[in-house]
Design a protein around this ligand. Structure first.
Ligand code: SAH
Ligand code: SF4
Length: 350
């Protein structure tokens, strides 16, 4: 793949400028380019009006690295699912969920996913490759441009909950986060970015050491070791007990809480006894729980629990810690959690 400008931090931009225009480039040129890429959010190097014309022409040979829109699916609830084409022709999905007063963009960190959770459609793809930092940022910039959203408005959130396991691409995820949160870059607050993981324990500790990092969400999804092993086989490698230890050891910032996500699978992990175990397991943590009733899909051998079951589960967990039910978004266009699987023909869900 040719070097793309998006995803580069200052020293790399300086190097790229030196390569196209010679070593004698003044230092501030890299800063101007950085600002054009991430503040001004240019769609083409030619739009970087602060740079001299000959420099822009020289840079024209370098790809900006913004993904291309292959297709947009619009849901009746306002959710928009973007199928984006990357430089190597592979495609990835990004979802915009507009709400009154705020917009949330759900971005992908990998093409496919190597973790084989039994309830997730992305798992069926396997892993094709990890995304670069530029491809991670590019999803945000593209969706913001396409919908005229102002990222600095204070009403813009990013969740790294699309395709892929972000902690298996931590270097690029952290680089993207630094640029997204840099006041000279995209300018978003760390409080507005959340990363969700299936529980890659050593990487949780590494994330905790990063100076600039998203908030952490853990996909818990089970109330016992055995149950989690069945539905998330990665538990054989990273045990639930050790995952909870890693959560207890995680260095939360004073404004931060852990989020635990729990996908409710009818008759599997949704009983009152499960809810009581979850309450006991998490009650001592500075945390909240988000319940998600299974979003169904072809090839997923589970059923969605009845709303009364979800309500009863929530009621029990709520006695120990805050617990919310996440409404599915974009179900009709396969944009909801666990449904991202590229080009899936749009058959109506029953
Ligand atoms: N790989 C990361 C982030 C992407 S998945 C992770 O697993 O955390 C984002 C969330 O969607 C996870 O909490 C996951 O448990 C949930 N999810 C996966 N498949 C789902 C489905 N079919 N219905 C509802 N939620 C699902
Ligand atoms: Fe991967 Fe997350 Fe889906 Fe599991 S739930 S297969 S970790 S994307």
């Amino acid at each position: 793949m040719p070097d793309a400008l998006l995803g580069m931090e200052l020293p790399e931009l300086h190097g790229a400028l030196a390569r196209v225009a010679g070593q004698d480039q003044p230092k501030y040129r890299a800063r101007q380019l950085y600002s054009a890429l991430y503040r001004q959010k240019i769609g083409d190097v030619r739009e970087a009006a602060v740079l001299p014309a000959d420099l822009r022409a020289g840079l024209g040979d370098l790809a900006l690295g913004l993904p291309e829109i292959d297709h947009v699916y619009n849901s009746i609830d306002g959710t928009r699912r973007y199928l984006l084409k990357l430089a190597d022709g592979r495609t990835v999905e990004t979802v915009l969920m507009p709400e009154t007063g705020r917009d949330t963009v759900c971005i992908s960190s990998q093409v496919g996913c190597p973790v084989d959770c039994r309830f997730c459609m992305t798992a069926l793809m396997g892993l094709e490759r990890s995304l670069t930092a530029g491809e991670i940022i590019g999803q945000v910039l593209l969706v913001a441009r396409d919908n005229h959203l102002s990222i600095e408005s204070g009403n813009f959130n990013i969740v790294m909950m699309g395709m892929g396991e972000p902690l298996l691409n931590l270097t690029n995820v952290l680089k993207a986060t630094r640029i997204l949160c840099d006041p000279e870059g995209v300018g978003l607050s760390e409080k507005r970015i959340t990363l969700s993981t299936s529980g890659i324990i050593p990487k949780i500790a590494e994330l905790g050491q990063a100076e600039v990092r998203p908030k952490l969400a853990i996909s818990l999804n089970a109330s016992t070791e055995e149950q989690r092993r069945e539905i998330m086989p990665i538990t054989r490698k990273y045990h639930l007990r050790d995952l909870l230890d890693a959560c207890r050891a995680y260095p939360l910032r004073n404004w931060e809480k852990l989020t635990f996500e729990y996908v409710l699978l009818g008759g599997v992990n949704d009983s009152d006894a499960d809810a009581r175990r979850v309450a006991r397991m998490l009650g001592q943590l500075k945390a909240k729980v988000n319940l998600i009733a299974l979003n169904p899909g072809p090839g997923i051998p589970f059923v969605t629990p009845a709303p009364e079951r979800v309500a009863s589960f929530q009621e029990i967990v709520k006695r120990a810690l805050p617990c919310f039910v996440r409404k599915p978004r974009g179900l009709d266009i396969y944009a909801a959690c666990g449904q991202l699987k590229r080009n899936e023909p749009l058959v109506a869900l029953g």
